[in-house]
Ligand binder design. Structure first.
Ligand SMILES: [Zn+2]
Length: 371
């Protein structure tokens, strides 16, 4: 089925500078574009190359390509503390620095982060108001590790949480489900909605990867939010079948029970087999199939309303193929592009005797969550 699919991006997001540096002798920032290869894992090239592959594949001719307005300062306060925003802006206006753990930034990153969050909100808004069927936000910097008062893990504003809070105020959406399949734990989103029963947060992540040592299966939310936070830690080396099993056994039943009005996916690609910051075994077919399952659930539960928001993914060569697969699935349009290493990663999947352990762990979690 072909859909009206939005793709929200802005070249300025690729200019967020995660390594402090110069081009020749000009300090990077404002009107000086960072060099293409910064040497830092959180490089703009993974995202730019995804957009470029979508261009050359011809897919973008059928999508609704848009930019968006940055979120304004008042909206940022729906999630973030005033003191944090001031500290962020001051550092951004004064050459950049290290704003939090694993959160280096350059001159002007405050404005770029507001634009990145604005792209997320715009994608949510057009889907909620029915202008488009579904949408993708190529947000950079990402957002799912960011706390109300602290930047961390390359994240400076909580893009998804901001979009939800702003949409609740402006459009009036009720229950929203956030599924985070970035390979790292979605700790920021979990924290922000910890005591809320109107936002279901589910994170699939590599056990103990980031935040370092974190598993989270006992963290189910508190107060009104008890039972509305689900963590699915998976063991290093988990592949296509384990992820799909977790989606089928836990994510889909949890969505069914929650009955969302909107589904948002924190769409990181760093569970792919070539990522330098994790140790999982997914391929473009895995992202395609997970998107298919979640879109199906959205069709069943909330008139297809699905928004995907870009998070991590650090291999320049491979993220574009995983991203294109997601976009093909969202739009229902298949291009001629072939993933050059799909076959190789499929042959490297864990065999049955090892997958058995992972399935058992997922089954245990499933019964613990009463699903
Ligand atoms: Zn990640």
């Amino acid at each position: 089925m072909q859909r009206k699919t939005g793709f929200f991006f802005d070249e300025l997001c690729f200019w967020h500078n995660s390594a402090l540096q110069h081009v020749v002798t000009f300090p990077v920032g404002r009107w000086v574009q960072p060099p293409s290869n910064t040497g830092h894992a959180e490089s703009p090239e993974t995202k730019r190359r995804m957009k470029n592959l979508m261009d050359v594949s011809g897919l973008n001719r059928s999508l609704y390509l848009r930019s968006a307005e940055p979120l304004d300062d008042a909206t940022l306060k729906l999630v973030h503390t005033e003191a944090y925003l001031q500290r962020f802006k001051f550092m951004s206006d004064n050459g950049g620095g290290i704003l939090g753990p694993e959160a280096p930034m350059g001159q002007g990153s405050y404005e770029i982060a507001k634009l990145s969050a604005g792209l997320t909100y715009a994608a949510v808004e057009v889907v909620l108001n029915g202008e488009l069927d579904n949408a993708y936000s190529l947000s950079r910097p990402p957002g799912h590790h960011c706390l109300p008062d602290r930047a961390m893990g390359f994240c400076f504003l909580a893009n998804i949480a901001l979009a939800i809070e702003h949409a609740k105020e402006k459009v009036g959406v009720g229950r929203v489900a956030v599924i985070d399949w970035d390979v790292h734990h979605g700790n920021g989103t979990q924290h922000i909605f910890w005591e809320r029963d109107d936002v279901l947060t589910i994170s699939l992540h590599q056990d103990g990867c980031y935040p370092e040592g974190y598993s989270g299966e006992n963290d189910i939310g508190a107060g009104e939010g008890e039972g509305f936070n689900i963590n699915i830690p998976l063991m290093a080396g988990a592949g296509h079948n384990s992820y799909l099993y977790a989606v089928e056994q836990i994510v889909l039943p949890a969505l069914q029970r929650f009955q969302p009005e909107l589904i948002i996916v924190a769409c990181g690609y760093d569970a792919n087999a070539y990522d330098p910051l994790a140790r999982m075994q997914l391929h473009s077919g895995s992202f395609r199939e997970m998107t298919h399952k979640i879109q199906q659930a959205a069709d069943e539960l909330c008139h297809g309303k699905l928004v995907m928001v870009h998070e991590g993914g650090y291999t320049e060569a491979y993220v574009p193929f995983c991203g294109l697969a997601v976009m093909e699935e969202l739009s229902g349009i298949r291009t001629e592009v072939n993933d050059p290493i799909l076959n190789a990663i499929q042959l490297q999947q864990p065999k049955e005797r090892f997958e058995m352990f992972q399935r058992q762990a997922i089954d245990e979690l499933k019964s613990r969550f009463g699903l």
